[in-house]
Ligand binder design. Structure first.
Ligand SMILES: NC(=O)c1ccc[n+]([C@@H]2O[C@H](COP(=O)([O-])OP(=O)(O)OC[C@H]3O[C@@H](n4cnc5c(N)ncnc54)[C@H](OP(=O)(O)O)[C@@H]3O)[C@@H](O)[C@H]2O)c1
Length: 289
């Protein structure tokens, strides 16, 4: 049993922090910018909520965070109200935000100056993965910090891996998003084509999902895509943030990502038709307009 603070009770963080209590049996304090969510969380799970990241982090062995982007992450770690201000030497900060590799390296360095460990640990598995405690977690950092934090992360994960030094978790998540982008566009085009051809999409997917075209996206998204339902899941706004991070990193390391860049523009068009919060499978809605 460890003392843990969790910062950011959003779609992902809220259930993740709950698993720390119920599965991990840890002693948990939470912080959320909008305090009403923290009050709701403590009413449901026990523990305490704090008014600032610094107050939540004080005296904790581990501080986990899951906020929006690089700047949000800086705002909960740095400064007088940030978690780093009160974390003690030997404690470990674990960041589950999907952010850049650069911010991970920057914060790992800041943490090191204070004797704090830092692990960048973005997740895959979506809202359902967080609620069911079966996320895939890709980590970057020093092995000693990873070894300490791993058993705590296990509270909401099915797969946890150390991919390399600080930033390597975020780089791995970028590969995850690059692989998803082209695949979802392919799935959208396949369903679009099938409808135009007058085929029964249910029957088509039933057959081809068992062959080489099968994928997590096909299994989990074809039904809602076929019905034109997108009001759930992983938001297009988040995907564009992630693809922006991938494309910026590719500019730095020289990787060529032509399809990823194109699909990013397709998502921009989905935003223009009002799909900011739609699931990423809404690439089909763009084709059907
Ligand atoms: N949703 C998914 O399926 C999914 C899957 C994998 C990875 N991710 C990644 O996980 C992260 C969180 O996603 P989510 O879906 O949980 O987002 P979300 O529901 O929008 O929650 C974001 C959380 O961050 C907090 N926050 C944002 N900016 C902040 C700031 N400047 N200072 C303090 N707190 C701040 C928000 O507080 P308030 O309540 O006050 O707004 C909220 O608790 C993102 O990086 C996302 O890309 C999401």
């Amino acid at each position: 049993m460890a003392s843990v603070a969790f910062l950011g009770l959003g779609v992902m963080g809220y259930p993740m922090a709950g698993h720390l209590v119920h599965k991990g049996k840890h002693k948990v304090a939470v912080y959320n910018r909008t305090q009403a969510k923290a009050e709701k969380w403590t009413a449901e799970h026990g523990g305490i909520f704090a008014p600032t990241p610094a107050a939540a982090a004080r005296g904790k062995e581990f501080v986990m965070a899951c906020v929006g982007n690089d700047d949000d992450l800086r705002s909960v770690t740095l400064g007088s109200d940030g978690a780093f201000a009160t974390m003690e030497r030997g404690s470990v900060f674990v960041d589950h935000t999907t952010a850049s590799a650069e911010v991970a390296r920057e914060l790992a360095e800041e943490a090191k100056k204070r004797g704090i460990g830092f692990v960048d640990a973005p997740v895959s598995g979506g809202q359902a993965g967080a609620e069911n405690g079966v996320l895939t977690v890709m980590c970057g950092g020093e092995k000693a910090d990873f070894d300490k934090a791993g058993p705590v992360i296990d509270s909401y994960a099915r797969m946890v891996g150390l991919m390399g030094p600080a930033g390597a978790g975020q780089l791995t998540k970028m590969i995850n998003q690059i692989c998803i982008a082209g695949l979802v566009q392919g799935l959208a085009e396949g369903i679009h084509f099938g409808k135009k051809a007058g085929l029964d999409i249910e029957a088509v997917i039933d057959v081809i999902s068992k062959g080489a075209a099968g994928s997590w996206q096909m299994e989990n998204r074809y039904k809602t895509m076929n019905e034109g339902k997108y009001d759930f899941g992983f938001a297009v706004d988040w995907m564009r943030k992630d693809l922006g991070i991938c494309l910026a990193e590719a500019d730095r390391n020289g990787a060529k990502l032509p399809v990823t860049a194109l699909v990013d523009q397709f998502y921009k068009e989905v935003q223009q038709i009002g799909g900011n919060r739609w699931d990423t499978s809404s690439l089909l809605a763009r084709l059907e307009r």
